[in-house]
Design a protein around this ligand. Structure first.
Ligand SMILES: Cc1cc2nc3c(=O)[nH]c(=O)nc-3n(C[C@H](O)[C@H](O)[C@H](O)COP(=O)(O)O)c2cc1C
Length: 169
C-alpha cells in the first residue's frame, strides 16, 4: 500500500473517545475498535493484518517507538504521545497506553493499546520536542535523539513517565 502524503489537517478526538487496538507480537493489527477504524480513514479490512506502522507519521521520532517496544516486551506498560497518519494524509494526536497481555504460562500473548485525547498542555510541548528529536535523528541517528531526550528529562529532574503524565494533568 502506498503511504499517504502528510497534510496539515488535524483530526481531533473528543473527550469521550477511546481508540483501542490489539496486535500480535510483531505489531500486526489483530483488532481495532470502531473509533480506531473511523479516525484512520481505512476500512477494517484494510487495517487488519497490517503492521501498526501503517499509521506511522514521519513527524514521530524513532526513539519513542524504541522505548515503547522495550517496555512492552519487558511486560511493562508505557504511556506515549503519538501523532498518527490517516489514509487521507490528515493526522491525529493521542496519548497511548500500550501493554502486553500475558497468558497462563507467563508468556506474552499479544499487545494492546488504549488511546485518548492529549491535553492542551501536552499539545503545546510535545510537537516541538518531537521535532527536535526527529532533527537529532536525521543528523546523528537514534543515539542522538536518545541523548537529547535524556538531557531534556534530566534538566527537568523527571523520569520519562513523570514527564508524560505531568503533561496530561
Ligand atoms: C499495541 C501497539 C499499538 C501501536 N500503535 C501504534 C500507532 O498507533 N501508531 C504508530 O505509528 N505505531 C504504533 N505502534 C508501533 C508500531 O508497531 C511501530 O513500531 C511504529 O509505527 C514504528 O514503525 P517502524 O518501526 O516501522 O518505523 C504500536 C505498537 C503496538 C504493539
Amino acid at each position: 500500500m502506498r503511504r499517504p502524503s502528510p497534510k496539515q489537517n488535524e483530526k481531533s478526538l473528543s473527550e469521550e473517545d477511546f481508540i483501542v487496538s490489539k496486535t500480535d507480537l510483531k505489531g500486526k493489527i489483530l483488532y481495532g475498535n470502531k473509533t480506531f477504524i473511523k479516525i484512520s480513514g481505512y476500512s477494517e479490512r484494510e487495517l487488519l493484518n497490517q503492521p501498526h506502522s501503517i499509521l506511522r507519521h514521519p513527524d514521530m521520532p524513532k526513539i519513542v517507538f524504541k522505548l515503547l517496544w522495550q517496555r512492552i516486551q519487558n511486560k511493562e506498560e508505557i504511556f506515549a504521545y503519538v501523532k498518527n497518519l490517516c489514509k487521507d494524509g490528515s493526522y491525529y494526536w493521542v496519548l497511548a497506553n500500550v501493554t502486553a497481555t500475558i497468558d497462563e504460562s507467563g508468556r506474552i500473548r499479544d499487545f494492546h493499546s488504549v488511546r485518548r485525547k492529549p491535553s492542551t498542555k501536552a499539545l503545546q510541548i510535545i510537537p516541538a520536542l518531537y521535532q527536535s528529536l526527529v532533527n537529532a535523528e536525521k543528523s546523528g541517528g537514534m543515539q542522538a535523539s536518545e541523548k537529547l531526550l535524556n538531557e531534556t528529562l534530566q534538566k527537568q529532574g523527571v523520569s520519562y513517565d513523570q514527564f508524560i503524565l505531568n503533561l496530561q494533568k
